[in-house]
Design a binder for this molecule. Structure first.
Ligand SMILES: Cc1cc2nc3c(=O)[nH]c(=O)nc-3n(C[C@H](O)[C@H](O)[C@H](O)COP(=O)(O)OP(=O)(O)OC[C@H]3O[C@@H](n4cnc5c(N)ncnc54)[C@H](O)[C@@H]3O)c2cc1C
Length: 563
């Protein structure tokens, strides 16, 4: 069986369908350049759709972008690029107004002003929200606007597998239309990567399944430095009751409502770790304490920690986390009567591709925005930051990339590279060898077991070695499921998954390398064998690049001081 190849030419190719990609697409459309938005999911998809509590914008009385900036810098493990954070805290205010003008109905008070929520580590209420389903509201507005804009060509169910490079500059990309079973090649003057974070590398995560860190790997392979990729925001996800397995109940909302965390002995252990802040500690501190309790054998029956809202009045729960309350009730769990057992899983990634204030990477023709971009959150992010920054940098990248595209002549035609074509033919013909789905699962379990919230040099080395082995030994021999022989659609899906293992295994090696090299604990990165923060050696941002021998080249960037 062979697949047809479809070829497209455009000014700007946007990869992704979340907040960053949508805002970028609107700017390209506004600027009048040709734009294609190719996304693995639907036109509006990704983690944006499941965002919950709200996103930060300094729009309350007495608040200011500079105050917002100061609080972001204070909690960022000293690794944030202040120039990026500054444009973000300023721009987000106009973005909120734009979204309101497009029809977003964020919650307002009786006076018609935005009802802003107070999130931990913010000094004032700052989170624009739609109760605990903010992502739904954002998605609704963005998808309505996308649907009504014919100037944006939308390619859904298309997974971009790699970038097309000509003489060191990005000139397009290629991938698989797995909805219909076809290969696709795009020639583009500018490519904006908005593929979200890398949580799909972890077996336990709360992201939609399409979010697998592809942008990090595509950018890295094209020559863009990858910054701070070891910094991952782990969150509490349910391991019990069974009906809720994998559900991420949003601890910030629980904490805001007055819930506490308890270990197997019933102890409110956060008070022992952080006597002054306890449940109000930063997200990474809470997760680390939770992981340490589990590691110390004080976990509950199914290996997690109890998030206990049984002493919180039901009216408070219904007001602050109505969606979580209803979701649990729907599965016959009343959180006002039953504590949830939760364990850390991958939630958002804090590092990413190096960008400037407009989302431009050092590689000509390549841009990045949203969770794919680095430097914005440093070593830790305070609640409401991820969506806020994704919206802003998506908009900035779209605006700047369309301007740049206007100055360039057409790119050379992009095609599926010869070696990739040969690999694909071999893959489709093969009848023996490990199933691609099994290797994919291996990649995810490896990260879960070795690169989670508690790391050691030994575990990192084990992961790097095993990912390397997968790349060398498994990848050349993997095969597709037998069902792919009879259907182009299943063939497309199997191919998409098989191709993405190349990216997943390299991502695991990149994450393992950065986590191994940072021999200290800081922000969201914790090394059991190097527990102290070491400012003399490690107040720097880790940087991974493709070396001349195609091996991972490690270096560090000095941090820029705030002002
Ligand atoms: C459960 C949950 C709750 C959250 N709540 C909040 C919150 O309340 N406030 C907050 O600020 N943040 C929150 N976040 C984080 C925030 O939602 C995300 O960081 C943000 O939405 C990311 O937006 P994005 O556009 O960068 O990526 P995404 O929205 O994840 O979009 C990525 C897109 O890229 C596509 N894609 C991926 N790979 C490819 C490929 N190879 N080819 C083509 N397309 C590809 C995907 O299909 C998807 O459309 C939450 C996250 C989770 C998981």
């Amino acid at each position: 069986m062979s697949l047809e190849t479809r070829k497209y030419t455009t000014d700007v190719l946007i990869v992704g369908g979340g907040a960053a990609a949508s805002l970028a697409a609107f700017e390209c459309s506004e600027a009048g350049v040709n734009v294609i938005q190719a996304t693995k999911g639907r036109a509006t998809s990704g983690t944006t759709t499941v965002a919950r509590g709200g996103f930060a914008a300094a729009m309350g009385p007495g608040d200011s972008p500079e105050q917002h900036l100061a609080e972001i810098l204070e909690h960022g493990g000293e690794l944030i690029d202040p120039e990026l954070a500054r444009v973000w805290t300023h721009d987000i205010i106009q973005v909120v107004k734009d979204m309101q003008s497009w029809g977003a109905k964020f919650v307002t008070g009786d006076d018609g002003e935005l009802d802003l929520k107070l999130f931990p580590n913010h000094s004032v209420p700052r989170a624009v929200h739609h109760y605990d389903t903010t992502g739904n509201m954002v998605t609704k507005v963005l998808s309505q606007k996308l649907r009504s804009d014919d100037r944006i060509e939308k390619h859904s169910l298309v997974s971009i597998v790699d970038l097309a490079i000509d003489e060191g500059r990005v000139v397009g990309a290629w991938g698989v239309d797995y909805g219909e079973g076809a290969l696709v090649a795009y020639s583009a003057k500018e490519v904006i990567l908005c593929t979200g974070g890398g949580s799909g590398l972890f077996y336990v995560n709360d992201n939609p399944p399409q979010v697998t860190g592809d942008g990090y790997v595509l950018g890295y392979r094209a020559g863009c430095p990858l910054l701070g990729i070891e910094m991952i925001d782990f969150q509490a996800m349910c391991c019990s009751p069974e009906e809720l397995f994998g559900f991420a109940p949003h601890p910030t909302g629980f904490i805001n409502a007055g819930a506490v965390f308890r270990n197997q002995e019933g102890e409110e252990f956060l008070k022992r770790y952080y006597p002054e802040t306890a449940e109000k500690s930063t997200r990474s501190e809470v997760i680390l304490a939770m992981a340490k309790e589990i590691h110390a054998g004080r976990a509950g029956l199914t290996g997690g920690i109890y998030m206990d809202a049984t002493k919180v009045p039901v009216e408070t729960i219904q007001k602050i986390i109505p969606h979580v309350y209803k979701t649990c009730l729907h599965r016959s769990i009343d959180i006002t009567k039953t504590p949830l057992e939760v364990a850390p899983g991958s939630h958002t990634w804090l590092g990413g591709l190096k960008i400037d204030m407009d989302g431009k990477t050092p590689v000509v023709g390549l841009w990045a925005a949203g969770e794919t971009a680095g430097g914005i959150h440093g070593g830790n992010r305070i609640g409401g930051s991820a969506l806020s920054a994704s919206l802003v940098f998506g908009q900035r990248a779209g605006k700047a990339a369309s301007k740049e595209a206007g100055k360039k002549s057409d790119p050379p035609p992009a095609d599926i590279p010869e070696d990739a074509g040969d690999w694909l033919q071999g893959l489709m013909a093969r009848r023996n060898g490990p199933l691609q789905s099994d290797i994919r699962l291996n990649c995810r379990m490896l990260a879960h077991e070795n690169l989670g919230p508690i790391r050691t040099a030994e575990k990192c080395e084990e992961a790097i070695g095993e990912y390397g082995r997968i790349e060398r030994e498994d990848l050349p021999n993997i095969r597709l499921a037998d069902e792919a022989q009879g259907s182009n659609k299943i063939l497309g899906q199997e191919l998409e998954s098989a191709l993405s293992i190349k990216n997943l295994s390299l991502l695991g090696r990149l994450l393992g390398t950065a986590a191994l090299k940072r021999q200290e604990s800081r922000g969201a990165h914790y090394r059991l064998d190097c527990e102290e923060t070491d400012d003399s050696s490690w107040r720097v941002v880790t940087r991974l690049e493709t070396g001349s021998d195609r091996e991972i080249e490690f270096s560090t960037d000095q941090v820029k001081d705030g002002w």
